[in-house]
Design a protein around this ligand. Structure first.
Ligand SMILES: [Zn+2]
Ligand SMILES: [Zn+2]
Length: 414
């Protein structure tokens, strides 16, 4: 089965023909500039090789200590799980779950799922569970945040460098390479190629045509005539990947508003309350996000101060403002440059995850600094609110449908 001939841009909703691509070529939406498809040479084999390497590195990164903390003759070793377990035992169930999911479970599961999908595919088999598992790879991808976690490690090490000696462990190197391998696997993977090999559950009733009730699948990008969709009694489903089909993300505006308003409400305590308390030689000091940035700045670590400021203060604020602008512009039927607004949406999707860095810093410090009165770190309420803001803004961006920006224009034209 070849590639699909028609494709709907998932960012502006324009139905267009899939051009034949030269090796390594890229097809871009003629209206909004979104990348529709990229040809990746030898995609299956390269992704499979990188996935196998990734699983080995993942095991090493989790099995060995990644940092050692030395102070006053005492040493503590930390594995990736230590921080999660310490937070859990300290009663911070929410942060522990989010950190576990984003730094361990999502990347690990993503690798295992990729392996289970790619092995039968490269052997020319198509087991019935393959489409379902491959759908999960796509769902998990934005939640794997090993790269952000690495930045968290860097910030933590610099913060502690005055107080104690920090030694890198074998797992840290494995973790560093894992980030590159994961990024490599993601850019080598050609999801359209995988989907093009999945057989349809039912032959199409009639070919899709613009203006004739077509539906596009958000997951496998299949474009079909409405009559060709499967009906399960409640939803129309994609005849290829079985995902629920809908013209636009359901209740996109209401959902995005709800998530956005919740994020705004949590944003205030997230910035006012301390995110952690550091005890060193009997003295305790609580830090808010802003005072953490000021601390880095005053101690001459201004490049890091800038990074943390951008990730923890600037990005969440920018994200809230962009989502607010997009929602209002869609609801007011604004005609202001839809291309620019789509670009703004793309920015929010790309940058949001980096705000997680402060949550990771708290986790790593809690795990590393465990010497009782000599030195210890506790997570505080601000970190919970902040973690919630990051998760809520990510969910808000995911529930917003950028095609609504363009729908408004089309209605006016009609
Ligand atoms: Zn487009
Ligand atoms: Zn589909």
């Amino acid at each position: 089965m070849g590639r699909d001939t028609l494709t709907e841009c998932l960012e502006c909703g324009l139905l267009q023909r899939n051009p034949a691509l030269p090796p390594g070529g890229t097809a871009v939406c003629v209206r909004c500039g979104n990348v529709l498809h990229r040809d990746r040479p030898d995609s299956l084999n390269r992704t499979l090789a990188l996935t196998v390497a990734g699983i080995l590195l993942f095991v090493i990164a989790n099995a060995f200590p990644f940092l050692a903390f030395e102070m006053g003759g005492q040493t503590t070793y930390t594995t990736l799980m230590t921080g999660v377990l310490d937070l859990w035992e300290g009663g911070n169930l929410f942060i522990a779950s989010v950190v576990f999911f984003t730094s361990i479970l999502a990347p690990g599961l993503q690798l295992v799922l990729l392996l289970t999908v790619l092995v039968p595919l490269s052997l020319g088999r198509m087991p019935f569970w393959l489409p379902e598992l491959f759908r999960w790879v796509r769902t998990l991808t934005p939640w794997g945040m090993t790269d952000v976690f690495m930045l968290g490690i860097l910030v933590s090490v610099v913060k502690l460098s005055e107080m104690a000696t920090i030694l890198p462990g074998a797992a840290l190197f494995a973790f560093g390479i894992l980030i590159l391998v994961l990024a490599g696997a993601q850019s080598a993977l050609d999801p359209d190629l995988v989907w093009s090999r999945v057989p349809w559950m039912r032959e199409p009733v009639r070919p899709p045509r613009p203006g004739d009730g077509h539906l596009a699948c958000d997951v496998c990008k299949l474009v079909i005539h409405r009559d060709s969709a499967l009906w399960d009694g409640r939803h129309l489903r994609c005849p290829r990947c079985a995902d629920v089909l809908h013209g636009r993300k359901p209740n996109s505006i209401q959902r995005t508003w709800a998530l956005l308003l919740a994020a705004v409400a949590f944003y205030i305590p997230a910035n006012l309350l301390p995110i952690m308390t550091v005890t060193s030689l009997g003295k305790s000091q609580s830090d808010t996000i802003l005072s953490g940035v000021v601390f880095l700045f005053e101690n001459g670590m201004w490049p890091l101060a800038v990074i943390v400021f951008v990730a923890s203060i600037f990005v969440p604020m920018l994200k809230l403002l962009i989502l607010l602008t997009l929602l209002l512009s869609v609801q007011l039927g604004s005609r202001w440059s839809p291309r620019e607004r789509t670009r703004l949406y793309r920015i929010t999707e790309a940058i949001g995850r980096w705000s997680m860095v402060d949550v990771y810093v708290v986790t790593i410090l809690v795990a590393l600094v465990r010497l009782g009165n000599l030195a210890s770190v506790q997570a505080e309420a601000g970190a919970i609110y902040f973690c919630a803001v990051v998760v809520l803004t990510m969910l808000a961006a995911m529930s917003f449908d950028p095609r609504l920006i363009w729908d408004g224009l089309e209605r006016k034209h009609v």
